[in-house]
Design a protein around this ligand. Sequence first.
Ligand SMILES: [Zn+2]
Length: 182
Amino acid sequence: MCHAFLQDPDFFLFLLRIDEEFAAEARDAGCRCGGVLHSARYPRKPRGCPAQVREDYSWRFSFCCARCDERATPASVRFLGRRVYLAVVLTLVSPPGGVAARQLCDLLAIPVRTLNRWRAWWSRDFLRTPFWQSVRSRFMAPVATVRLPQSLLERFDIGTTAQRLVQLLRFLAPLSTRAMSR
Ligand SMILES: [Zn+2]
């Protein structure tokens, strides 16, 4: 698998455009109480993106209701919950046995401890998320849970690696919201 796109700012800007779409939908939907949402972005310190897009990746879309003060944070293809490494990195380095995963870990200098934590999350906690519970029946054949998330990526088999990855990140995007991740 070729990871050249991981150093291509355009790939990351494309993901930003998708997040902008999600954000626009959330803002247009408004708050559950009927109130208007205002921008209240979360600052982020992203790891795993090219320097050219760090500025664009240093915050996450989020909104706050003008009436009841409740937060509304849209799904994201850039961030998976509050983890500092970007979602694209989290999906590529697990399981860590493969050559591609090893190269990526070296490139980004990801500590083994961190990597093991992610592997445990994908193979255990992920399976218990409301997200996975709600989507797993969509797959005709069972997904090999020991090889997550690579086994999921294999289900998106049309296009280049980058295009397949974008499809996977779109699919996983609800996981980046609190309601779907715990
Ligand atoms: Zn409200």
